[in-house]
Design a protein around this ligand. Structure first.
Ligand code: ZN
Ligand code: ZN
Length: 319
């Protein structure tokens, strides 16, 4: 049962952006030489690789975002399908998302819907001749997860290195950085700050703020309402925030309501905190529709008093 109330204007804008990018990818095709980047120099963009949740919606791949600037990509989370989604964008004019350019990922937390793509991100670019180790930033437990992934694929790694297949001995390796809140990365092109967020029973989960000369982008990760995120944004250019439909949640069983209200942020809560965070654009992602749709989520935020620019993210769109 879908519910539509309010205006479709903001959704229309999001669809236009997504459609343009998808068309560019189709026209250029897989075999064409690498095109120049459609992202201008010194400009920071958020590329949505996947907005998905554990629900296996074929239109929405696992949760992964990419911040792209000056030919470098900085991934947030590693959901199912991210290397293929990233390559789709590389073919469509974002060469920073080509397989061998996927070099840095910031994990928000270790839930499977945010990490099922991590073996893919470690191994696939290496098979395609990425020579540098992957840099993985994340909460405590990240190192153990990476070590277990490498152990699970040890036979594959040995087979490729010891057999006839040309393979380097560095690109499958991983440098793990188990981080605490605060500035965690700065390469001169992008500065990254980790923000502790409350997400159910997780002891540590992060949102991230990305600062470049031209733009500031805050990504919530999975979180219930967080004052630290409001402060971290504080008029930022773009706040990408997870969301669950209050309308849909109120129709679920008491045990699921209890879990989701401890772990996630409802449309009504996001409207209130979003007004105080005051981003130039609030972008909904990792949407838990619970029976509604993008238009329904946007309408719920509007009805709850959010009056600033607002869109609902689509896979393969650029913001
Ligand atoms: Zn989670
Ligand atoms: Zn999640």
């Amino acid at each position: 049962m879908k519910r539509h109330i309010g205006t479709l204007g903001a959704l229309g804008a999001a669809l236009t952006v997504g459609a343009a990018v998808t068309m560019a990818a189709a026209q250029i095709g897989a075999q064409a030489p690498a095109p120049p980047s459609i992202i201008p120099p010194d400009s920071t963009r958020l590329v949505v690789l996947g907005t998905g949740t554990p629900n296996p919606d074929p239109e929405r791949h696992g949760t992964s975002l990419a911040i792209v600037r000056n030919g470098k990509s900085y991934l947030v989370d590693a959901g199912v399908g991210l290397v293929r989604r990233a390559n789709r964008m590389a073919e469509g004019g974002v060469p920073a998302l080509g397989p061998t350019e996927l070099r840095i990922v910031f994990l928000t937390h270790l839930h499977s819907d945010h990490t099922l793509g991590l073996p893919d991100l470690i191994l696939t670019p290496w098979v395609l001749e990425r020579e540098v180790p992957l840099e993985v930033y994340g909460p405590p437990g990240t190192r153990a997860m990476v070590e277990h992934i490498l152990a699970a694929y040890d036979a594959d790694i040995r087979n490729r290195i010891d057999g006839l297949q040309p393979a380097n001995e560095t690109g499958y390796k991983v440098n793990v950085h188990e981080i605490v809140p605060g500035e965690v990365f700065n390469d001169g092109n992008m500065r990254v700050t980790a923000i502790a967020v409350p997400h159910g029973d997780w002891k540590v989960a992060f949102g991230y703020r990305f600062d470049a000369a031209d733009r500031s982008i805050v990504v919530s990760g999975d979180t219930r309402p967080s004052e630290d995120l409001v402060k971290a944004c504080n008029g930022c250019d773009l706040l990408a925030h997870e969301v669950i439909s209050e309308w849909g949640l109120s129709r679920r069983t008491a045990d699921w309501q209890r879990y989701h209200r401890d772990a996630h942020t409802t449309t009504v809560q996001l409207a209130e905190l979003g007004m105080r965070a005051a981003p130039k654009l609030l972008l909904l992602y990792h949407q838990l529709y619970s029976g509604t749709d993008d238009a329904g989520l946007l309408a719920e935020l509007r009805a709850a008093g959010f009056t600033r620019p607002l869109q609902s993210a689509r896979d393969l769109a650029i913001y």
